[in-house]
Design a protein around this ligand. Structure first.
Ligand SMILES: Cc1ncc(COP(=O)(O)O)c(C=O)c1O
Length: 380
């Protein structure tokens, strides 16, 4: 049976005598001594159900629901011991980069940044690496990293080394890092899992019992579990997850093609969907504005009617943002330059609005900042 079908019907068994048609919110901190749940900092039916749904979709043995994507990363980076070497990919969400940098300085790890989208750099991963962390597709630029190739390089040298993939932008519908040999796949569920810009959450998935037990205990002691209400909200959103992803995919492809022909756009970034590792792609695009239009970015956002500005993304409404001043604002100018990131890059998150309305809105706003009047709607 398709995992999407299974996940739609997945329910935690709590022996509730009222037989509710969906699992209610277990708004309680403690459970009776006979309960498997014990205390909500350890486990709770709403978290357990959400974890099962994500395990089904991603084909993982274990899942851990945490407060947000950064909490997932924080728990995972705590697996590294002082003096060990961590390899990061060049293109990375700004806060992830900053977190690794801050913690590596405090705990005395060594940090090396490589462009893992290139075969030559995969071959340069040092033999004493303890943990490799990357996103694929990457935030920003949507470059893809060949997971199996990284795993082979790292594990051939050191079988104990960990390969951790941030699978947020591919999602479990389109990519299963564990099947390609990664030890951990993690997510900011605040994006596509929530899908409505209204609830933060993170997920850590692994097939390894030892890693799961260690991370589960760390979540318990650090108190990083997701709250029951938030778990319930995300679980509810997961009922439309596959539908939303397929819609994002269909409309975003069309918008990417259309933007390629827009004279105001110097370049459109869309990931390489190879059909083996990455079998599809959702709703986040990057475009490079034509150089002379870069100072008019703010005006562009004001001209757009449908696209809201803000850090929310991968949700039902379209959003626009400038990574340089937004998602990567915590990085220094030099760090951003090393990544090739400047103010010309714009992130477009394509929502659930009518595709022609989205196109119309972009065409009109881009035309207006380029000195032209808005074209009539039927000319689009
Ligand atoms: C790829 C990626 N990973 C992790 C995060 C952090 O997730 P959260 O905001 O849920 O903590 C983000 C946030 O934008 C992201 O884009």
């Amino acid at each position: 049976m398709d995992p999407v079908t299974i996940a739609l019907h997945q329910r935690i068994n709590t022996n509730d005598q009222a037989y509710p048609s969906v699992t209610p919110i277990y708004q309680c901190s403690a459970f009776s001594a006979e309960s498997q749940f014990f205390y909500s900092r350890k486990d709770n039916p709403n978290l357990a159900e959400l974890e099962q749904v994500l395990c089904t979709l991603e084909g993982a043995r274990h899942g851990l629901a945490v407060t947000c994507g950064m909490a997932a990363i924080y728990l995972v980076l705590d697996l590294v011991r002082p003096g060990q070497l961590v390899v990061l990919n060049t293109d990375l969400y700004g806060c992830s980069f900053k977190l690794f940098k801050r913690i590596s300085e405090r705990r005395g790890w060594r940090l090396q940044v490589l462009d893992l989208s290139k075969d030559a750099d995969i071959e340069r991963i040092p033999t004493d690496t303890a943990l490799v962390f990357f996103e694929t597709p990457t935030n920003p630029f949507l470059k893809t990293v060949h997971i199996r190739q990284v795993v082979d390089r790292v594990k051939n040298n050191n079988p104990d080394a960990l390969v951790v993939v941030d699978n947020t932008w591919a999602t479990p519908l389109f990519q299963h890092p564990l099947e390609h040999g990664a030890d951990i796949s993690l997510h900011s569920g605040t994006k596509y899992f929530s899908g409505h810009s209204d609830v933060m959450n993170g997920m850590i998935l692994t097939d390894r019992d030892d890693l799961h037990e260690r991370l589960r205990e760390d979540r318990f002691y650090a108190g990083l579990m997701l709250s029951p209400e938030n778990a319930w909200l995300v679980r509810r959103s997961m009922q439309t997850f596959a539908l939303r992803m397929r819609h994002h995919q269909e409309v975003t492809k069309k918008i990417a093609e259309f933007l390629t022909d827009c004279p105001q756009i110097a370049r459109v970034y869309y990931p390489r969907v190879d059909g083996e590792q990455l079998t599809g792609y959702g709703g986040i695009l990057f475009v490079e504005l034509r150089r002379d239009l870069v100072p008019r970015y703010k005006e562009l956002t004001e001209r757009l009617q449908i696209f809201n500005t803000g850090t929310g993304m991968a949700c039902v409404t379209s959003m626009i943002a400038q990574p340089y001043t937004g998602s990567h604002a915590s990085m220094s100018a030099e760090e951003k330059a090393a990544m090739g990131l400047d103010e010309s890059l714009v992130r477009l998150c394509i929502g659930m609005e009518n595709a022609d309305d989205i196109k119309d809105d972009l065409l009109s706003a881009l035309g207006q900042i380029d000195g032209g009047a808005a074209p009539p709607r039927d000319a689009i």
